[in-house]
Design a protein around this ligand. Structure first.
Ligand SMILES: Cc1cc2nc3c(=O)[nH]c(=O)nc-3n(C[C@H](O)[C@H](O)[C@H](O)COP(=O)(O)OP(=O)(O)OC[C@H]3O[C@@H](n4cnc5c(N)ncnc54)[C@H](O)[C@@H]3O)c2cc1C
Length: 521
């Protein structure tokens, strides 16, 4: 069996794990990250897209609010290229209790969240589709995040300092020698090969799956309460500012403009298994009703896609109580298994938010250094990851402006997301595997209104050529992609998106007979 040796093994390729990897690399510590799927495969690739100002938590969870405000400022400085500076509004809709507003303002003051009231008229001038019956409006520094860009930038930054990333490698067992963790056994999910990792320390950043990892180390009484939330992407920017309802955190109370879409979310339902998070019709209806409160006419707008993610909300099973998921604090904590379980060489990150991933990574690595007796200072609050040379945040029109410069030079493969052939081929070569879904995550391929209807057969042909696939492999790749997309489309089929799905079906079933493509060739 092949063995890989490293100083630190990081488990989990979401924002937290990749943030940890980069932090370690910048401190000069040898590290390997393993992820059972692609990077962002878990909650990070399925979240709402908001860089919190902290406003959401100022009354209910002040510590989280202060952490968000602090990290919001740092991320704007070190990785603006992964953010769109949309700004955010908190608005009192007719359904909200007006007495919450003074508590909110006081909470912002107490927790350091910048806030500024504007007139309703001004709010409506800036956001003409916003509910005209809102009673008050406050401006906060919310932003939206291109999470794929953020995670690749962090991974690139870590690799530039010698760190390694092994995607499609699942931890099947944490290895222990007595009371000491000394590595893990992995399985390569693509080839089936098993590999041993010898590591001086293991950092568990596997989010909602953390308890599963701990069980393999015989630590069985840690509880993760997966809090499921669904989100629906509407096919255009109904608003250009993040819109939050001015109320205690609840369901469907935030609308986030990201790239060319706006995303309404979310719910918070106790799930039993982080891999079993189906979207129900009831939740979809609830989100559409909630959207209607913020933007009248929301229900008539075109819904593109729905998906669900799971919050990694920790509760110590020894405490014996299970709270409602919405009542579990959003702040993070390092679980020290030496102090808690008598097992050294292992720490777990619990809870947290995408907005605070950098701080979470710093706290985890600091806690490790405390155990190992080292003192290499964290660098991540000041070192900028690559891809950020002009130090500006992206704008809605950025892709179009870039595309217009090379309009005549190459064919466009994905019209919705403006992806040219050269960029697509480059990414396929860089990825070096046959997954169109991985390419989607890197480039946003097939994520626009046609949901792959026009670009995926072209992309499959190009993949066939670039990766030298045979017809069967190429067809399998296309089918896998379509099946994955279908999961997010069928629960919201109505109106124009139903027409689009019917059209796509004619392309793939009618013209290409996709289910029999490649068979016997
Ligand atoms: C519905 C919803 C909306 C949210 N909205 C926001 C928001 O707007 N703003 C915000 O700041 N935060 C938000 N959050 C919270 C945020 O998304 C998460 O806190 C964050 O993405 C978690 O990142 P992570 O890296 O800790 O976990 P993950 O991204 O889940 O990463 C853990 C990784 O571990 C991997 N893994 C699991 N088991 C194994 C194994 N055996 N071997 C190898 N790898 C394994 C998984 O595949 C996964 O990729 C939201 C969360 C949800 C659910």
């Amino acid at each position: 069996m092949r063995t890989v040796s490293t100083d630190v093994l990081v488990i989990g390729g979401g924002a937290t794990g990749v943030g940890v990897l980069r932090d370690l690399a910048l401190r000069g510590i040898r590290a390997v990250l393993v992820e059972k799927g692609d990077l962002t495969h878990g909650t990070t690739g399925r979240y709402h897209g908001l860089l919190h100002s902290g406003g959401r938590y100022v009354v209910k969870d002040p510590q989280s609010a202060t952490e968000c405000a602090h990290e919001n400022e740092i991320l704007r400085r070190i990785m603006p290229h992964c953010l769109e500076d949309t700004g955010g509004f908190f608005v009192v809709t007719p359904a909200d209790d007006e007495s919450y507003a003074p508590r909110f303002v006081q909470g912002c003051r107490d927790t350091g969240v910048p806030v500024n009231e504007i007139t309703v008229r001004e709010a409506l001038r800036r956001e003409p589709l916003l509910n005209p019956r809102i009673k008050r409006a406050f401006v906060v520094p919310d932003a939206s995040v291109d999470v794929w860009k953020l995670v690749w930038a962090l991974a690139g930054g870590a690799a530039a300092h010698g760190a390694r990333v092994l995607t499609y490698h699942r931890v099947i067992g944490v290895r222990r020698e007595g009371d000491e963790v000394c590595g893990a056994r992995l399985r390569n999910e693509l080839s089936g090969e098993e590999i041993d990792v010898e590591a001086g320390f293991v950092l568990n950043a596997s989010g909602a799956w953390a308890a599963q990892i701990l069980h393999t180390a015989d630590i069985t009484d840690v509880g993760v309460v997966p809090g499921k939330g669904i989100m629906i992407a509407m096919n255009h920017r109904l608003v250009n500012t993040v819109i939050n309802r001015l109320a205690m955190p609840g369901d469907g109370d935030i609308l986030v403009p990201i790239r060319t879409v706006s995303v309404i979310g979310t719910t918070d339902i106790h799930a039993h298994d982080p891999d079993e998070i189906p979207v129900t019709q009831h939740e979809v209806d609830q989100m559409m009703d909630d959207g209607e409160r913020l933007v009248p006419g929301f229900r008539e707008a075109r819904a593109l896609r729905v998906w669900a993610g799971v919050r990694p909300l920790f509760q110590d099973a020894r405490a014996g109580e299970v709270k409602e998921t919405r009542d579990v604090s959003r702040t993070h904590a390092v679980v020290d298994h030496r102090a808690r379980d008598g097992v050294s060489g292992l720490l777990t990150m619990s809870g947290g938010k995408l907005t605070t991933f950098r701080m979470m990574a710093q706290d985890l690595v600091d806690a490790m250094e405390k155990q190992t007796g080292d003192q290499r200072p964290c660098q991540t609050q000041r070192v900028r990851p690559p891809g950020n040379e002009d130090a500006t945040s992206y704008r809605l029109g950025s892709r179009l402006a870039r595309r217009e410069e090379t309009l005549q030079d190459e064919p466009l493969i994905c019209e919705c997301e403006l992806i040219g052939r050269r960029r697509l081929e480059e990414e396929m070569r860089r990825r070096g595997n046959a997954s169109l879904d991985d390419i989607r995550r890197s480039l946003r391929l097939g994520m626009g209104p046609c949901q792959g209807g026009f670009c995926m057969y072209r992309a499959t042909g190009i993949l066939h050529e670039v990766e030298r696939l045979d017809a069967e492999q190429a067809a399998t790749s296309l089918l896998d992609f379509l099946e994955e997309r279908w999961k997010g489309v069928y629960p919201i089929l109505y109106g124009d998106q139903l027409r689009q799905a019917r059209f796509d079906d004619w392309v793939f079933q009618g013209l290409l007979d996709v289910e029999h493509l490649g068979a016997g060739t």
